[in-house]
Design a protein around this ligand. Structure first.
Ligand SMILES: *[C@@H]1O[C@H](CO)[C@@H](O)[C@H](O)[C@H]1NC(C)=O
Ligand SMILES: *[C@@H]1O[C@H](CO)[C@@H](O)[C@H](O)[C@H]1NC(C)=O
Ligand SMILES: *[C@@H]1O[C@H](CO)[C@@H](O)[C@H](O)[C@H]1NC(C)=O
Ligand SMILES: *[C@@H]1O[C@H](CO)[C@@H](O)[C@H](O)[C@H]1NC(C)=O
Ligand SMILES: *[C@@H]1O[C@H](CO)[C@@H](O)[C@H](O)[C@H]1NC(C)=O
Ligand SMILES: *[C@@H]1O[C@H](CO)[C@@H](O)[C@H](O)[C@H]1NC(C)=O
Length: 573
């Protein structure tokens, strides 16, 4: 058993080197309860593809940056890391850093990081953005590190990695880089690494959304899927149809203006995160009808059972031209606000009876000799074509192709959610796929079903424990050509039981496991499986680091386990 005292005695040697500078500084004695974290991998989350490290210890108290590129994303990021992140101090760490793998003497100082971008002008964020980077930290005195990337987004990932290599040493009262020299070559396994947030069921202030995006960026996630609209409230302030939010938002304060959204898009871009808007339609659309009643069928029918899977009932009136006009206007406004090449057109969870029991729609179907399924299909295809006409790639929830059997253009991206079979279904049909299987990657399930809902809680309904999430292999049961079609995945946090008070602890650190799978993949470059035994040894400290940075990530287990993860670890069922 290793005890902290072993660690402290090793560090006394280091502090001797700095006696002059530590005079007058109160010596900190950290807690001496057992803490054993025998991790063999670096404390970097997600784990880089290639890493090499040595045994020297460098002082990292004053890192300067050397670059000639004029790129405001880069200069702002350097300022952010220098002001807010590199130099955080944790005098009483729950998981003391294991210094036994590094020399106890400080042999040099990291003075400068030289940043070299191949193309500093390219700031487009898309599926083909090259996010790779190389970080080299030599071990000599006055060491000059190099961070090379194709573009600024690779550099952001490199800065994040550097920030996680730096350790505050309470005993030395300085920031150190253990295990120099470092050589890291890194890039993501999957191009799309997302998180879904739902601002209709509960409203989140802009600051909550920014904080979520910021924490995503630390986890090297790059896609914020904004499920903005749903049945419960319409928080978007449309310019063309202001009545939608005037009457459909929870209150005049529970709204996002176009300017608010542009601010989020810019904030996210500066952190290498795309923002993908979703227009939930034609299902889950009650809230549109408070402002414009004629565009919603079966609105607020009670009992709602039979018309919707969740109160309140209401789906867009798919027979009305006015509906199309309004939907087109919202698409136009979103296209102006959100520059992303992806646009989520939704198309999930409709209940046909809502429409077939609507007298206007029933008449329309009769007059036109159509089935409700055909009318629905026409509506969805027309809406998607309209979005495509704006030069956007359409994302659709899995039902469109797996349940409603729509034939969508092959460049459509299918997002799967309803159990893990959907991944097979969508890729078998040849669609590029974003995986968010609810039985593994939904963060909002497992808290019991809301009392008012006669339907069972969403599939599985079990809580998705970090280990279940980490261990989910999206490739299960797929052929190699089907696997190729997976462009990435998303952790999803629908908002029934989540709002400003608890969103951070619901999302983090569990979403970090999805981030890890999507960045690092399932095997290291030598083909060895990345195990959850190793992951937990790094996830505990990563959660602590997120806390230190101000994100209220929830505990993964008792404090004892944070300090002694292997004693508590249970292999996945
Ligand atoms: C520190 O790391 C070494 C080498 O991996 C390991 O043997 C030892 O148990 C670790 N000590 C602690 C306190 O975690
Ligand atoms: C809708 O109408 C059909 C046929 O009139 C009826 O059988 C069904 O129960 C109705 N659905 C609801 C939810 O009322
Ligand atoms: C709805 O639009 C279609 C196509 O533009 C048109 O043929 C039809 O007459 C319109 N219906 C009404 C009720 O205006
Ligand atoms: C359409 O989108 C692609 C990819 O985002 C972009 O390269 C192209 O310039 C766009 N074309 C037009 C006409 O906007
Ligand atoms: C779509 O196809 C599936 C599988 O063939 C079938 O079970 C389902 O009933 C079809 N759905 C519709 C709406 O036709
Ligand atoms: C793979 O297929 C098997 C057999 O149908 C099934 O039991 C299992 O759940 C599938 N795995 C995933 C992750 O979908």
């Amino acid at each position: 058993m290793y005890f902290i005292n072993t660690l402290s005695s090793a560090l006394i040697v280091i502090s001797a080197v700095w006696t002059t500078s530590v005079i007058g500084v109160e010596q900190v004695s950290i807690n001496s309860l057992p803490a054993v974290n025998p991790v063999k991998q670096p404390w970097i989350w997600p784990l880089p593809q290639h890493w090499d490290r040595g045994q020297k210890t460098l002082d990292a108290s004053h890192i300067g940056f050397d670059y000639s590129h004029h790129n405001s994303i880069l200069s702002k990021a350097i300022k952010r890391y220098t002001d807010d992140i590199f130099y955080l101090k944790d005098d009483y760490p729950m998981v003391p850093y294991n210094w036994s793998t590094t020399d106890s003497k400080i042999t040099g100082q990291l003075r400068t990081v030289k940043i070299i971008l191949d193309n500093a002008d390219d700031t487009k964020l898309d599926l083909d953005t090259d996010e790779s980077y190389e970080l080299t930290i030599p071990s000599g005195n006055k060491a000059r590190a190099t961070l090379k990337a194709k573009n600024v987004y690779g550099a952001l990932h490199g800065l994040e990695t550097l920030s996680q290599i730096i350790q505050w040493s309470p005993e030395n009262r300085r920031h150190l880089i253990p295990n120099a020299p470092w050589s890291i070559k890194d890039k993501p396994k999957y191009a799309y690494r997302g998180l879904l947030m739902d601002t209709s069921r509960h409203y989140y202030p802009l600051e909550d959304i920014k904080k979520t995006i910021e924490t995503m960026a630390w986890n090297k996630m790059n896609a914020f899927h904004w499920h903005m609209l749903d049945s419960t409230s319409f928080p978007y302030e449309s310019k063309a149809y202001p009545e939608l939010s005037k009457k459909g938002a929870y209150s005049p304060k529970h709204v996002y203006s176009a300017e608010d959204l542009a601010e989020i898009v810019q904030f996210a871009k500066e952190r290498g995160v795309r923002v993908i808007p979703e227009i939930e339609a034609p299902g889950h659309s009650t809230s549109w009808g408070y402002g414009i009643p004629e565009i919603v069928s079966c609105r607020d029918k009670v009992p709602y059972f039979g018309y919707t899977v969740q109160p309140p009932s209401g789906q867009l009136n798919i027979a009305s031209n006015k509906t199309k006009e309004v939907v087109h206007a919202i698409v136009d406004e979103f296209v102006d606000i959100f520059p992303d090449s992806f646009f989520h057109a939704s198309g999930d969870e409709v209940v046909y009876d809502c429409w077939s029991n609507d007298t206007e729609i029933a008449k329309y179907l009769k007059d036109n000799d159509m089935t409700v399924q055909e009318l629905f299909s026409d509506f969805v295809l027309e809406m998607q074509d309209y979005i495509r006409s704006k030069n956007r790639t359409v994302i659709a929830w899995q039902e469109s192709v797996l349940e409603y059997n729509l034939t969508l253009p092959k460049n459509t991206v299918i997002q799967t959610w309803d159990g893990s079979d959907g991944v097979k279904g969508a890729t078998e049909k040849g669609y590029r796929t974003i995986v968010s299987s609810n039985n593994y990657w939904y963060l909002d399930v497992g808290f019991g079903k809301p009392r008012s809902n006669p339907y069972p809680d969403v599939a599985g309904a079990g809580f998705n424990h970090w280990n279940r999430m980490y261990s989910y292999d999206m490739r299960a049961n797929l052929t190699s050509s089907e696997i190729e079609l997976i462009i990435g995945g998303e952790a999803a946090v629908f908002g029934e039981l989540i709002d400003h008070t608890n969103f951070e602890s619901r999302i983090w650190p569990r979403a970090s496991t999805v981030a890890h799978v999507l960045w690092s993949g399932y095997e290291n470059p030598e083909g060895e499986k990345l195990t959850s035994e190793d992951a937990i040894l790094r996830l505990f400290p990563w959660r602590e680091r997120m806390l230190l940075r101000g994100t209220m990530a929830s505990p993964l287990n008792q404090g004892f386990c944070t300090r002694n993860p292997l004693d508590c670890f249970q292999p996945p069922e």
